[in-house]
Design a protein around this ligand. Structure first.
Ligand code: CP3
Length: 347
């Protein structure tokens, strides 16, 4: 029998992330744990989202649910990008069907200075949950994650979910000192949050900059990329592969790679054959349109096959959806998709 560490290190997910040859394409799904699973809805009954994230036993169970059901090649830690802010004392909640809501939005230098840095003592329940998971997962890698500074800033500045991110960008354009302090603060919290997860046994990390697609390449490069780069550098120093993902980022893929990613996550709008030349010598992750899981199985798998074929031109390819699983998704379709990807002959 191979030792768990050797089995982990040889897992298709970690091999593809490092750009090593694989026998088959690894697959996992963003938001694979969550409302599309009846077993998730059952264990979440009567318990708030943030409360769930702070309960190690529940986090272990919810993280394992999609691994059991689908046999995916990686688990993603069940938490949220705003959890570390909550842990250091920011007054916020995650409202069902809405998302994160912040009681007192952050707009001034004093507001930024009032946010403490994160230490492992703020998140003992994260350490406990990750350690428990790593024991249960054996040879299946656990992906830790954090929110990137721009995406987390959007919730803090707007006070809740936003389409335009207008107040956030107004701060970026109009108050460079406040912006710089805020981005540094979030970068430090996200880096510390990733360090806690890796120290406890996570074997890869994903930095979610979901809303970075709202920026022009020049603004991204000047005002956001250096801060995300600090988070990715801190994770890189821990020796784990780093995935960097955003939505609507066709124009940013090169920069998101250069920020320090080993794997660039691609949303479904950019075909992989266009994305791959942009990311240089890096792996890619993605990118089936999450609504294709609602199509007839043959249509879904034909598109998945096109993505796997296109992904072969990359240094490495990890199959995923182009964004999170939609809550009304039929789990049986995701099971079919997983089996299809895992049995696809690379030839
Ligand atoms: O399976 C996984 O991917 C792991 C868990 C995970 C959650 N949030 C759980 C969650 C991850 C990786 C996140 C990250 C996250 N949170 C992001 C980046 C990823 C992305 O989707 O782009 C963002 C932008 C957030 C902020 C956030 N939290 C949103 C937009 C929402 C959804 C609001 C809604 O209800 O539609 C949340 C809440 C949330 N986070 C849920 C889950 C399972 C739903 C809450 C519930 O089940 O009650």
């Amino acid at each position: 029998m191979t030792a768990p560490n050797a089995e982990l290190s040889a897992s298709p997910f970690l091999r593809a992330a490092r750009g090593e040859p694989v026998d088959r394409v690894p697959v996992w799904y963003m938001r694979q744990a969550g409302r599309s699973l009846p077993e998730y809805l059952k264990v979440r009954e009567g318990i708030g989202m943030l409360e769930s994230c702070m309960d190690p036993e529940l986090v272990v169970e919810i993280t394992l649910q999609p691994v059991r059901r689908y046999g995916v090649d990686a688990a993603i830690f069940f938490s949220d990008i705003v959890l570390p802010l909550k842990a250091v004392g920011v007054d916020l909640d995650i409202k069902p069907g809405v998302g994160p809501v912040v009681a007192s939005p952050v707009r001034t230098l004093a507001d930024v200075k009032a946010i403490p840095d994160l230490t492992p003592e703020h998140v003992p329940f994260i350490t406990e949950a990750v350690q428990g998971l790593v024991g249960e997962l054996g040879g299946t890698p656990l992906i830790g994650f954090a929110g990137a500074p721009f995406t987390v800033a959007s919730y803090l500045v707007e006070g809740g979910p936003s389409k335009e991110h207008a107040l956030t960008k107004a701060l970026m354009f109009g108050a460079p000192d406040v912006w710089d302090a805020l981005m540094r603060k979030i970068a430090s919290i996200s880096a510390a949050y990733l360090e806690v997860q890796v120290a406890a046994g996570a074997s890869a990390v994903q930095l979610f900059d979901s809303w970075a697609g709202a920026l022009t390449p020049a603004d991204y490069e000047a005002h956001v990329m250096p801060h995300s780069a600090r988070v990715l550098a801190a994770a890189g120093a821990l020796g784990v592969p780093r995935i960097h993902f955003g939505v609507g980022t066709a124009n940013l893929l090169g920069l998101m790679g250069e920020a320090g990613a080993d794997v660039v996550g691609v949303d479904w709008r950019t075909p992989l054959d266009r994305a791959i030349p942009l990311v240089g010598d890096r792996s890619v992750q993605g990118n089936l349109d999450p609504t294709l899981v609602f199509a007839p199985p043959a249509v879904m798998t034909e598109r998945a096959a096109q993505i796997i074929d296109a992904g072969r031109a990359a240094r490495g390819h990890i199959f995923n959806l182009g964004h999170g699983v939609i809550p009304s998704t039929d789990p049986d379709q995701l099971k079919r998709l997983t089996e299809f990807v895992q049995s696809y002959e690379l030839g």
